[in-house]
Design a protein. Structure first.
Length: 379
């Protein structure tokens, strides 16, 4: 190539990339973030407006999501970056949201560890060969698990470009106890009785299992940050099955290790640390303990009172939540009032509005419009 052509190439590169910020995994610069209220709220900085997003905002309540799912099965959507990005973008086309969250599933880690996970319509995830006895842990394949998750990184990087800096992109993972539960039960469970029996009957193997998952999770989150995730949420959705004492023994130490090791690794590699949210559903009994783990944001389910939560976590933690997803089925005026009351209780500082759990499939579209508008107008 001639010197002239190379110079021309360099000039085009510089022109294309002159206004960029964070450097991604492939060292491609990303578009500058325009609405950073989510990240500012997470860091305790002043916001223009209370940021709002909704757990499972890319989901079955959207007709365009249902249409896409008729053509592609659930995990194909997760594994195909173009499809994952399309689904991630769907709610942003309709609503004035302040965050996007990459479309994926917490069970991609058990898959990468060698377990089959199927999504059955009307049932949810099914793992046909669950971990039944400690001996079964030998079937797990932690070596190479991260490379089998590279499609999530690809989707995150692609999404950062497609977002054009409109709102931040959140990455996420399931927490160790929650993943262990699905892997032992072979799917969701109303009681988690088999997984809880493990904690009593095989305490040492339970620790091995939780540590193996914790290692995989730290690798996975590091990869997501390198790929361009601007914030991370850890879903301990099955905390609700544990007593406070059990949560402190089987949840908290691993949640702490995730945060500490991720921060340590990123810092050593001079990669900027992103804000992290812990959402331990049903663990309102341990908010003080959760606030001491180093997470920037604590997600609340709807059973927790905002003012009590603030008293327990102190002034330096951001709270996220916590409208009952069932309130999305109320009249628009009632929903608007409940949302306004909620935002008034939490206040404008260190607060991210959300539901207290994922949005449910029959939710009317208008409820999302009412929720988002009411949050933005409340303060
Ligand atoms: C909150 O953070 C401020 C500023 O860093 C610090 O001075 C204060 O002691 C912290 N408060 C608590 C309760 O941790
Ligand atoms: C909603 O709030 C307004 C203003 O406080 C009040 O007048 C109205 O009665 C409330 N509506 C409902 C359905 O609660």
């Amino acid at each position: 190539m001639s010197v002239g052509l190379r110079l021309l190439g360099l000039c085009i590169f510089l022109l294309k990339n002159v206004k960029t910020d964070q450097i991604g995994f492939e060292f491609q610069p990303f578009p500058v973030l325009k609405n950073d209220n989510l990240l500012r709220a997470a860091r305790g900085e002043v916001v223009d407006r209370v940021p709002v997003w909704v757990m499972r905002q890319a989901g079955r309540y959207l007709p365009e999501f249902q249409e896409l799912r008729k053509l592609h099965d659930f995990f194909t959507v997760c594994r195909t970056p173009e499809l994952a990005c399309e689904v991630t973008m769907q709610p942003l086309r309709r609503f004035d949201l302040d965050a996007s969250i990459i479309f994926s599933d917490i069970l991609v880690i058990p898959q990468a560890l060698g377990l089959t996970v199927e999504m059955h319509a009307g049932v949810g995830p099914v793992l046909p060969q669950p971990i039944v006895v400690p001996e079964d842990l030998k079937r797990l394949t932690p070596d190479g698990a991260l490379s089998r998750l590279s499609y999530v990184g690809d989707a995150i990087t692609m999404m950062r470009h497609k977002l054009e800096g409109r709102v931040p992109l959140i990455g996420f993972t399931g927490a160790p106890w929650t993943l262990m539960g699905y892997m032992i039960e072979g799917g969701g469970s109303k009681t988690m009785s088999k997984a809880k029996a493990w904690l009593n009957e095989h305490p040492e193997d339970s620790k091995l299992f939780l540590n193996l998952l914790t290692d995989a999770i730290v690798d996975y989150l590091e990869m997501q940050v390198k790929a361009g995730a601007q914030m991370l949420q850890v879903f301990e959705s099955s905390a609700e099955h544990l007593s406070k004492e059990q949560f402190l023994e089987w949840g908290v130490p691993y949640l702490k290790r995730i945060r500490d090791e991720l921060v340590d690794r990123l810092t050593k590699k001079a990669i900027p640390v992103v804000p992290m949210t812990l959402f331990a559903k049903g663990a309102g009994h341990s908010l003080k303990e959760q606030s001491e783990l180093g997470y920037d944001v604590i997600g609340l389910d709807w059973t927790v009172d905002p003012l009590e939560a603030r008293n327990l976590v102190g002034p330096n933690i951001t709270l996220q939540g916590n409208l009952d997803p069932q309130d999305m089925y109320r009249d628009p005026e009632e929903l608007r009032n409940l949302t306004t009351e909620m935002v008034h209780k939490f206040g404008k500082s260190r607060y991210i509005a959300n539901l207290g759990h994922g949005i449910t499939p029959q939710t009317p579209i208008t409820s999302m419009e009412v929720l988002v508008e009411a949050v933005h107008k409340a303060l």
